[in-house]
Design a protein around this ligand. Structure first.
Ligand SMILES: Nc1ncnc2c1ncn2[C@@H]1O[C@H](COP(=O)(O)OP(=O)(O)OP(=O)(O)O)[C@@H](O)[C@H]1O
Length: 296
């Protein structure tokens, strides 16, 4: 896969604060790449640098293997903040004004309004739009010159559940046309639902990155108990597929390595003469996993 964006040891300092600290990552063509991190972790600053609106303190980045130029900027559409639409103009007229400012022709306007699901509402004035519709119009505006990459900062911020679902669907639809999407989010759930790849940031530093399935895979926990816990604990020490375990009062919480299930554990316990009185599978909450990932 071709690399669309490559970030190499990029840093941004504000006085003594390192907003972005030696960040390196690569975004592959066709991926939906999430920058995930709590408020203040450096997501917006990172996007600002690669979009050439914030000057890096050190490090470099390249788009499509090249430095940033007018030509590369043309291939990247972005929404860092809600564009200034005119409230009393219709959605279509607003896009015409933006197309003129961007030097894009008007051919794409109807197609983009249809794509974002506003085709039938194109003659409504902007002030009559819901927040979700405004965000979808912003996406249409960013897509006007048919960029290969779309960069979005917290695209569902402030939307109600229906608006959130609409914008997420739209992102998936745009990606299915072969576009690469880079989005910042502080919502693990959003990244899990929408993204193919993720980089987790904490205090400007990269904590981990990779395919979403590898980073936020739903890990299962088992809770087991038995009449006597000592022999159970001894066996857990020896079983090679136990990822971790801990005793809590009269039960044990454990996680297994990939590819193993409670059936394996139950069978091995039984083979050693241990009868478990309880074996419960519990999915670790995504929130909890995220908190573990970003724990200092
Ligand atoms: N212009 C600035 N001057 C000084 N500090 C800044 C400036 N811009 C950002 N920061 C600081 O840099 C750090 C990273 O901010 P940034 O906005 O990139 O984080 P973020 O992950 O996008 O968070 P949020 O979701 O809250 O926007 C924060 O501590 C922020 O206060």
């Amino acid at each position: 896969m071709a690399i669309v964006l490559s970030i190499d040891n990029l840093s941004k300092k504000y006085g003594s604060l390192k907003a972005v600290d030696n960040l390196s990552l690569q975004v592959e063509e066709g991926s939906i790449y999430g920058l995930l991190g709590p408020n203040g972790s450096g997501k917006t600053t990172t996007l600002g640098m690669v979009l050439d609106v914030i000057r890096p303190s050190s490090g470099s980045f390249s788009w499509f293997g090249d430095g940033i130029s007018k030509a590369t900027k043309h291939r990247v559409g972005a929404i860092l903040e809600t564009p200034n639409f005119y409230p009393y103009l219709t959605a279509k007229r607003n896009l015409q004004v933006i197309a003129d400012n961007k030097g894009a022709n008007h051919d794409n306007i109807d197609k983009m309004l249809d794509l974002v699901g506003l085709g039938t509402r194109s003659h409504t004035t902007y002030k009559g739009y819901s927040l979700g519709m405004k965000q979808r119009l912003a996406l249409a505006a960013a897509m006007l010159n048919d960029p290969e990459v779309l960069v979005l900062d917290e695209p569902t911020n402030g939307l109600d559940p229906q608006g959130i679902a609409e914008v997420r669907d739209l992102i998936l639809r745009i990606a299915s046309q072969g576009k690469t999407i880079i989005l910042a989010s502080h919502l693990l759930d959003e990244v899990e639902k929408v993204c193919t790849h993720v980089a987790v940031l904490r205090s400007g530093k990269l904590v981990t990155n990779g395919p979403v399935g590898n980073i936020v895979a739903a890990k299962e926990q088992l809770i087991i108990s038995a009449e006597e816990l000592a022999p159970v604990l001894q066996l857990l020490e020896r079983l090679p597929y136990i990822a971790q375990f801990a005793q809590e009062k009269d039960y044990i919480i454990l996680t297994l390595q990939e590819g193993y299930s409670s059936i394996d554990l139950n069978r091995d316990m039984f083979a050693q003469g241990i009868v478990l009185s309880q074996i419960v599978t519990r999915r670790k909450s995504l929130e909890k996993q995220f908190l573990e990932i970003i724990k200092p």
